[in-house]
Ligand binder design. Structure first.
Ligand code: MG
Length: 348
């Protein structure tokens, strides 16, 4: 089938707090074809990324044939090359991710197949999910047995906050639960060492994004110093080329590519293959959303999917209709064609 139109849209989100992270600046990409089939994708990069898709990628995509996964990979390589002078990472690749996911959705719908079946043989029925957020009581009620809480370093007292939050989470979830901490680049080399000592009684599975993601050598050293706690990260890295540097420096003990940012399913497959060949577990950032979940169930990804349930009484925009929901701590994609979701037109 031939691409006849491409459009990126920044949704009209309602529940926005003053932070770009509320919706991770996510965009919707729609690809239309001469067969009447429409593919939908989810990318990052906000309004700047919308411009990249609509003012650059669109003209390169018009008239292109998409009939198999090789066509998608060739298209990925073409867009990556075309955006290389201003791209390689960041907004251009976040835009490319949205296009790539729309093409996988398109092909799935054309072949009446879920995307996971286009990727490979499904090897996980359902995926253990972990709840990221602050409402551990609610996550426990929902049946989660794995949880990640945020911790931002602001002062000396924050050691106590980390210890009390970890202690509370252990009390609620029990000794067998997986417990992780995301510091969103707010710790330092020394803080990470101090935390590994202060938190040693809580059996923390990983520390995530402890320092600037470009500090690869520092993270590599930390891996040995804080073991068996894993140094995790990668949501701010892009494509297999970026992950080659993480691999070369042995910077991370668990990789977390965001499939809507790192280059889509096409990059995700390449990154997971690289991680697998090195014995590094890969657990995509926000892997409980369909974009990551389809990759997880049909690849060598870890059996672990991140979900962000928010808080019990919180409002949220449901941009995708038909997203699977975790039940008793497990989540599975539907068997519907493509990614199996429709966009909520009211937010466009
Ligand atoms: Mg994170």
């Amino acid at each position: 089938m031939k691409i006849t139109d491409v459009k990126a849209i920044y949704p009209n989100y309602k529940n926005v707090v003053p932070s770009w992270r509320t919706h991770f600046w996510q965009i919707v990409v729609r690809v239309e074809t001469d067969q009447g089939i429409v593919g939908l994708g989810y990318g990052g990069g906000g309004v700047a990324s919308v411009e990249v898709v609509n003012k650059h990628f669109r003209e390169l995509l018009l008239g292109k044939e998409i009939n198999d996964t090789e066509d998608i990979k060739k298209t990925w390589d073409m867009l990556y090359s075309a955006s290389l002078p201003y791209g390689r990472k960041g907004i251009a690749v976040m835009a490319l991710s949205g296009v790539d996911l729309a093409l996988w959705d398109l092909l799935g719908k054309a072949e009446n197949s879920p995307v996971y079946a286009l990727i490979g043989t499904r090897n996980k029925d359902s995926v253990r999910s972990y709840a990221t957020g602050t409402d551990v009581e609610w996550y426990s009620e929902l049946g989660f047995t794995a949880h990640k809480f945020p911790h931002r370093w602001t002062s000396e007292k924050d050691v106590d906050t980390a210890v009390s939050t970890a202690s509370h989470a252990r009390d609620i979830l029990g000794q067998e639960a997986l417990l992780m901490i995301d510091t969103y680049m707010s710790w330092s080399f020394e803080t990470t060492l101090e935390m590994s000592e202060s938190l040693k009684n809580f059996n923390i599975y990983w520390f995530e994004d402890v320092v600037n993601p470009d500090a690869l050598d520092a993270q590599s050293q930390l891996r040995e110093l804080v073991a068996p706690i894993l140094i995790a990260g990668g949501e701010h890295e892009f494509t297999e080329y970026g992950y080659q540097e993480i691999a070369r420096t042995s910077a991370l003990g668990l990789w977390q590519p965001d499939i809507t940012w790192c280059g889509g399913i096409t990059s995700g497959i390449r990154i997971v293959e690289m991680g697998h060949s090195l014995g590094i577990p890969v657990a995509p950032h926000r892997g409980g959303e369909v974009w990551g979940l389809h990759l997880i169930v049909s690849s060598d990804c870890d059996n672990l999917a991140e979900v962000l349930p928010g808080t019990k009484d919180g409002n949220r925009d449901e941009i995708w209709v038909g997203e699977p929901v975790a039940a008793d701590g497990y989540i599975a994609p539907t068997e519907d064609p493509g990614f199996g979701v429709k966009v909520n037109e009211k937010l466009l």
